[in-house]
Write a protein that binds this ligand. Structure first.
Ligand code: FDA
Length: 308
């Protein structure tokens, strides 16, 4: 299985396959299990329907590693539009953004300027900007940017970050983020990382996830636990129960189309559940990372494809 995981992660950066997949109707049909659609309206429609069923939502306009300032500004424009729509439709939704989509690798100043604009818009509309975490070469710069913004009084509570349990450094990062009052989404981590920075064994990542989730739950800040792993979820639930931490003081987060049964069950049990809803034309790298997490999804998709 680790071999298949690496193969899908390697394929996620394959440009010709990406060009072919994103422009073919077959590719789009297959990806629709995990991607809400190509257009903003598709995502908003799905967000509305998830809200009606009791779920919170985070909207993600797909795309990463832009190659010009113009592209970065276009990506930011989509998020500004989303924030307006979230407000005017009264959606219980926030936005998730990748800094490489905001030009981080071209010019960190540009990414900072765009992030400031988005956080300002979130503050004005009562929303929240979650900065996704990417590969480990970007961990420090991402943390620095979020900490810098959160240090501004008016932005507090409107910006948060993601921490990956597979990184050795995450415990220290979480300590500091809690000290600074920054909201964290904890996930296991979706990128291929060397053993020098990340746990090589899944079991070690899982142990770390449970430890970090405990630290977050015990803090007075509203955090998100992003996982579909029932062992992680049960550990978090039991930690919260033993420490009298009410279900209103944190949320579980899961990806659109993944473990929908579990999403519904947690909601029924009274937990806050946020569904991460990705949409857009640049769905290929995101989709391949989902296959990497569970190569059996390929069989699942193919079976459903022929059934429809
Ligand atoms: P794990 O991979 O161990 O899977 C546990 C079980 O969950 C599997 O046995 C299976 O049943 C189910 N499952 C997991 N993935 C599935 C899939 N794709 N299809 C079907 N079933 C699946 N990563 C990152 O590096 N940066 C980020 O910013 C984010 N953001 C983020 C937001 C949200 C809301 C979620 C849920 C996840 C992320 N991730 C992420 C991805 C995360 O790091 C991780 O790769 C996936 O969540 C898979 O890990 P699990 O914790 O689900 O456990």
């Amino acid at each position: 299985m680790p071999l298949l995981r690496s193969a899908f992660i390697a394929l996620s950066t394959n440009k010709p396959l990406r060009r072919f997949s994103e422009s073919s109707s077959l590719g789009r049909r297959l990806s629709s299990r995990f991607v809400a659609g190509l257009e903003i309206d598709d995502a908003l429609r799905i967000a509305e329907s998830l809200n009606n069923r009791g779920f919170l939502v985070s909207l993600d306009s797909l795309g990463e590693s832009v190659t010009s300032e113009e592209e970065a500004q276009q990506s930011a424009g989509i998020y500004h539009l989303l924030l307006e729509e979230i407000k005017s439709r009264g959606l219980r939704a926030n936005i998730s953004v990748k800094l490489t989509q905001m030009g981080l690798e071209l010019d960190p100043e540009l990414a900072m300027k765009i992030a400031v604009g988005l956080t300002e818009h979130c503050r004005a509309t009562g929303s929240f900007l979650r900065i996704d975490m990417e590969g480990s070469q970007l961990t420090q710069v991402t943390l620095d940017l979020v900490r810098h913004l959160n240090a501004r009084e008016e932005f507090r509570g409107h910006i948060g970050i993601v921490i990956q349990a597979y990184l050795h450094r995450s415990e220290a990062d979480i300590r500091q983020l809690i000290d600074e009052g920054i909201r964290v989404r904890l996930c296991k981590g979706a990128y291929q990382e060397p053993a020098s920075v990340a746990f090589a064994k899944k079991q070690d990542t899982d142990i770390n996830y449970v430890r970090l989730a405990g630290m977050l739950l015990a803090s007075p800040i509203y955090h998100g636990l992003a996982t579909h792993d029932e062992v992680m979820i049960e550990a978090a639930k039991s930690f919260a129960q033993h420490n009298n931490i009410g279900p209103e003081s944190f949320e579980f987060q899961m990806l659109y189309g993944v473990r929908r049964d579990l999403q519904r069950r947690l909601l029924r049990e009274g937990y806050n559940v946020r569904v991460y809803v990705p949409f857009g034309r640049e769905w290929y790298p995101y989709f391949m990372r989902r296959l990497a997490e569970r190569p059996a999804n390929v069989l699942f998709l193919v079976r459903n494809f022929f059934r429809n």
